[in-house]
Design a protein around this ligand. Structure first.
Ligand code: HMG
Ligand code: MG
Length: 298
């Protein structure tokens, strides 16, 4: 099995959507440009969601326009509906991510739709994307538990992941939105999904609320997944998921992978610098253990 892991950096989107303070557009652009310079292959840039629901990312168009595009780097954006798709296309987006959940209760709070309704909403988006040659990623949230519904049956995760893939999502990211899962549960869930969707089309997306994210990633790597979502400095969280905290820090994922002899193409020192820069901008300590350790050793 390949030792190469593709990291999908979600900090500029998942991280900044959950910040109380509104970050200046120029700082968001600077963050994305710094991240793309570290060798990360994918930097999720922003969301074309309703600015009433997520005012933090209301400047999506300006952010996207401001990025200095680096050859070989993908800059996907979140799109919840056709309106978001059109806004994204106006500024030249070529890679989008649609998102739904395995839990009805969470989906209702997050996008004001049932799972079925959300999939219906995606159908015309997928059609347009196909015609326009736009690539599509799909997210399934609450794959290991829901803040409102509690337990989420694995069969529900499998069903939604399978539909997204069949609709044309080239990659399906499985999100532990509230960071509640443990390694054996993560492995069982991934194994079940991989029974219906090729492993090469799957990604894992762990929030670190209960400190389980690296362990969960390891168990999923052992199962065969090779795409991992993470956020620099451990920022992140969904404003509509009660109790959700930051994503696993990209610095910590890269450190673990390199330590295991796996490759990411990422320059860890440059990433640590960027994490420090972001923590200073946000006015709080980084959540990355690696960045903290390196700071202490300098
Ligand atoms: P709604 O209120 O049901 O939608 O929201 P609506 O169609 O009735 O529209 C309401 C208003 O929003 C209208 O404006 C629309 O024009 C406008 P008004 O007429 O009142 O002036 N609107 C838009 N404006 C700009 N762009 C758009 C758009 N759509 C509608 N695309 C909606 C439904 C889906 C829009 C809303 O619920 C929404 O935007 N939700 C997004 C929530 C969100 O971004 N959550 C975080 C991302 S998911 C996540 O973090 C999980 C993930 O990381 C994986 C994991 O961790 O599990 C991906
Ligand atoms: Mg997330």
């Amino acid at each position: 099995m390949s030792d190469a892991v593709r990291i999908v950096e979600v900090g500029p989107r998942d991280g900044l959507q959950n910040e109380k303070a509104i970050i200046a557009t120029a700082d968001k652009v600077a963050l994305i440009d710094r991240l793309s310079a570290t060798g990360l292959p994918v930097v999720e840039a922003t969301s074309f969601v309703s600015p009433k629901w997520v005012p933090q990312l209301a400047d999506a168009a300006d952010v996207y326009r401001g990025i200095t595009r680096r050859a070989g780097v993908d800059y996907p954006v979140l799109v919840p509906n056709l309106q978001g798709y059109e806004r994204a296309r106006e500024v030249g987006v070529t890679h989008i991510a649609v998102f739904t959940a395995a839990s009805e209760a969470f989906n209702r709070r997050n996008i004001n739709a049932s799972i079925e309704e959300s999939l219906e909403r995606f159908a015309p988006v997928m059609e347009r994307a196909k015609a326009d040659g736009v690539r599509v990623r799909g997210y399934v949230s609450t794959v290991l538990g829901c803040p409102y519904q509690g337990a989420v049956p694995i069969a529900d995760v499998v069903r939604v992941a399978k539909v997204l893939h069949a609709m044309g999502c080239e990659e399906v990211s499985l999100g532990d939105t509230i960071g509640i899962g443990t390694p054996s549960k993560a492995r069982d869930m991934l194994r079940a999904v991989a029974g219906e969707v090729p492993m090469a089309a799957l990604a894992v997306h762990f929030h670190d609320t209960y400190g389980q994210a690296l362990a969960n990633i390891l168990s999923c790597l052992e199962e065969g997944v090779r795409v991992v979502d993470s956020a620099v400095s451990g920022t992140g969280g969904c404003p509509y998921a009660k109790g959700a905290s930051g994503n696993v820090a990209t610095e910590d994922v890269v450190y673990m992978l390199h330590g295991m002899g796996m490759t990411t193409g990422v320059d860890l020192d440059a990433l640590v610098d960027t994490g420090r820069w972001l923590a200073a901008l946000l006015g709080r300590e980084t959540s990355s253990k690696v960045t903290r350790a390196k700071g202490a050793n300098e």
